[in-house]
Design a protein around this ligand. Structure first.
Ligand code: PA5
Length: 459
């Protein structure tokens, strides 16, 4: 993986915009302090996700489990939300390609389809349960807390569906991935002897895709999860760099922080030129937003910090967002992602009597066109004074994807230090949860009257 950040710098843009040399110097000088704070906080028990690169026993356990179960089922259904789902969706798409579930059994090498239900919209739940045969389905219920309303509601619906078809055997089609001791899922699993995997307590939800949360579903579809973790280990060893320019995760985080706080680029766009990385954008948005969007800093001062992440994809968004990126406010920075060897390419064939406007295309490939469009967009943005950088990946093999995931997790950990906020909590979602419980009649949660009259209009 290579990080090219030349187009973040003022002298590479239009001369007016971008990071001034003294800003980059300041980042470089502050690096040792940032690195020391991360080390201290790691020793104090924060940053538990670093340990995910080293899970030899867990990998062996999951692989054995997956070998026994995977090819015996046609469909695996993951129930979960937020950090318990987005990473698995992103990695399924990156590693197996966006259309995995549409391939026939032979093309999938008899590995199951993998469905991730990360919402409670009745239409998607109903639709899936209509299509899948419960007798050939394995359901992985994932919740670190074991108490999340959406996941528990899905579980109750899906359990009912399994029992209708299988009676008492339904429990053999369930696996829970949850806290080793606490929560409703753990209680149910213990009472009913349901198979379980542990989510390490020191790893937060949005940092958990490389824990059993993502490893089990990915192993079930035949992903080499050992290679995934070896890539993660590689990202961690790079983060030990003694200089900022040798630590890509800290550098990326520092550049994004400086773009936000010194150049007004509060909107941080992730734009892979790869459909296999389209879902990755949603995972990045959650990681960035939930970790850095904070009212208080580490000293409890009110800061309302946090850049706004935005997911785009090339070339699709060249016909949508790029107009805004080129000519709208100077409040955005774009992180492109490119892949040298995406695993396949498609030649553009010739055709008789092509009009001149199409005649330049034959002889190229779709991959070549995609790359030319990335090059052109990155350069055009720079010429318009718009900061951008590029993360270049050699391929989308499991080790590379593992490195990429860990790179962003490390980066958000560093960004927490650059911003001075705690990237591992999410106090802002609590009030909404309490009001939902009250509305659903959960004992102990009162329905408070609305603060003011709602404004509404019917047509
Ligand atoms: O990152 C987080 O902590 C959250 O997004 C959680 O992943 C999400 O709320 C789901 O929580 P749980 O896994 O406890 O069901």
């Amino acid at each position: 993986m290579r990080l090219d950040y030349s187009r973040m710098q003022q002298d590479q843009l239009d001369g007016d915009h971008g990071l001034r040399p003294e800003v980059i110097d300041r980042l470089t000088r502050r690096y040792s302090e940032v690195q020391a704070e991360v080390a201290t906080r790691r020793e104090g028990g924060e940053y538990g996700f670093y340990a995910l690169a080293d899970q030899t026993e867990t990998v062996a356990q999951i692989e054995t489990f997956a070998e026994g179960l995977g090819q015996a089922h046609e469909d695996v259904i993951v129930l979960g939300i937020g950090g318990s789902a987005l990473g698995t969706k992103a990695l399924l798409s990156a590693l197996r390609g966006p259309g995995w579930n549409e391939w026939d059994d032979e093309a999938r090498e008899y590995y199951p389809r993998l469905h991730v239900l990360d919402n409670i919209d009745p239409s998607i739940v109903h639709n899936l349960l209509q299509r899948v045969d419960p007798r050939r389905a394995l359901v992985n219920v994932i919740s670190k807390s074991g108490n999340t309303a959406e996941t528990l509601a899905q579980y109750l619906v899906v359990r009912d569906w399994l029992e209708d078809a299988l009676g008492e055997a339904a429990v053999r089609h369930l696996v829970f991935t949850t806290d080793p001791e606490s929560g409703a899922l753990r209680e149910i699993a213990t009472r009913e002897s349901i198979a379980t995997l542990d989510v390490p307590p020191s790893v937060g939800g949005r940092f958990s895709v490389l824990s059993p949360v993502g490893l089990l579903p990915l192993a079930l579809v035949g992903i080499d999860i050992g290679a995934l973790l070896s890539g993660a280990a590689q990202a961690i060893s790079q983060a030990a760099g003694a200089e900022l320019k040798h630590n890509p995760a800290a550098l990326f985080a520092g550049l994004m922080w400086a773009a936000d706080t010194t150049a007004g680029s509060r909107i941080q766009v992730l734009m892979p030129y790869s459909d296999r990385l389209r879902e990755f954008g949603a995972w990045y948005c959650q990681l960035w937003a939930e970790s850095l969007g904070k009212r208080l800093d580490r000293q409890s001062a009110v800061v309302h910090a946090g850049p706004t992440p935005l997911a785009a994809v090339g070339a699709t968004d060249q016909h949508s967002l790029v107009q805004l990126l080129m000519e709208g406010p100077y409040d955005k920075v774009v992180s492109f992602m490119t892949v040298d060897d995406p695993g396949c390419d498609v030649p553009i064939p010739d055709s008789p009597d092509l009009p001149e406007a199409a005649a330049y295309l034959p002889g190229h490939t779709l991959g070549g066109l995609l790359d030319a469009e990335y090059q052109a967009t990155a350069r055009a943005l720079a010429e318009a004074g718009r900061m951008n950088l590029t993360l270049n990946l050699p391929d989308l093999a499991p080790a590379t994807v593992g490195e990429l995931v860990m790179f962003f997790q490390l980066a958000v950990g560093y960004a927490g230090v650059w911003y001075g906020v705690d990237p591992f909590d999410q106090p802002g979602v609590e009030l909404g949860k309490r009001l939902t419980f009250a509305a659903m009649g959960r004992p102990g949660y009162d329905t408070a009257p609305p603060a003011r009259e709602p404004a509404s209009m019917e047509s």
